[in-house]
Design a protein around this ligand. Sequence first.
Ligand SMILES: Nc1ncnc2c1ncn2[C@@H]1O[C@H](COP(=O)(O)OP(=O)(O)OP(=O)(O)O)[C@@H](O)[C@H]1O
Length: 357
Amino acid sequence: MSIEIRLENITKTFKAKNETIYALKNINLNIPAGKTISILGPSGCGKTTLLKVIAGLEKPDEGKIFFNSEDVSELSPYERRIGMVFQNYALYPHYKARGNLAFPFWIKKVPEKEIDEKIRETAKILGVGFEYLLDKKPKELSGGEQQRVAIGRCIIRNPSVMLFDEPLSNLDAKLRVITRAQLKKLLVTFNVTSVYVTHDQTEAISIGDLIGIMNNGEIIQVGTYEEIVNNPKNSFVASFFGKPSMNLLEVKVINSQIMWRDKTIPLDKKIEDGEYLLGFHGKDVEINPNGEIKGEIYFIDGTPADISKVLHVQLEDNSSIKIEIKSGEIYRCGEKIAFSLPKKIYLFKKNSGERIL
Ligand SMILES: Nc1ncnc2c1ncn2[C@@H]1O[C@H](COP(=O)(O)OP(=O)(O)OP(=O)(O)O)[C@@H](O)[C@H]1O
């Protein structure tokens, strides 16, 4: 049976040179049983610390961790039955893949027949081609194959929870895509609650049932891709997440009207005067020659194989925005275009980032 993970008010600090670093600030997080959450955030925001706290490798200063209704805060990683997969595969180099899987059972003097049976079951879960890897030593395996063995080594111990820290980042682009698909299939089949830390948005979106956006030791927002992109909690999430992320322009609000350069956009809601960020998605922009905003395309992101491409456009005030187009539409760098602001707009306070529209 899969396990629900619940973090309650988790704070973790580190002391460094008379300074206290808040790696995790009052984190509250629910990971539903059998689901995978991808954790995305800038470097140093606390992703690895979060994994280590769930694993029991770091003890939080405050807060509790529950696996279902059991408080596991004081339990060791072993007692929590954690499976962890890191960026570097950390396989025993002298043993074949089979030996790497069997090792923990050898220590416990489990009969060979029983170990063989466990390896057979694990190979079945890991799917096509895994048996073939079993009689090879790590140095005879590609990075992706070594990572499959590392995952197999976790699974064979029937973990209650799996934690991944950038597991694919050492693989080349093609292998990453293949291994990503295998891993997702495995997580669905194995139905184990998992936390997946990555810098890569595509990976986060394709692996995670849910995505958690972290910044500065806090989990800012948790949701599906669509929920977060269509409903970002603040301007950090809007600017950080999405492919492409939201466009944000600096504007003023005066008398409940948005003022951007010489343009005025009336608001149908009373909003305090001040400095704001006006947000809109590139997919909502329609290019048309009569549009009141003009700019020049300076970069086109995407390949002919992509369904859509992103035009990077420099506006007359030197700010830059992204417009999503269908791949078949032909534009070129240096081309001047015009567009109107889409109807669907967002407004964030400039200083706090809080979303108010
Ligand atoms: N053992 C430690 N001692 C002191 N500071 C630490 C320690 N571990 C982490 N930190 C600090 O805590 C903060 C969070 O670190 P963490 O490694 O969790 O971030 P991260 O999001 O995983 O970063 P990255 O994406 O670069 O791996 C950082 O400021 C880091 O320098």
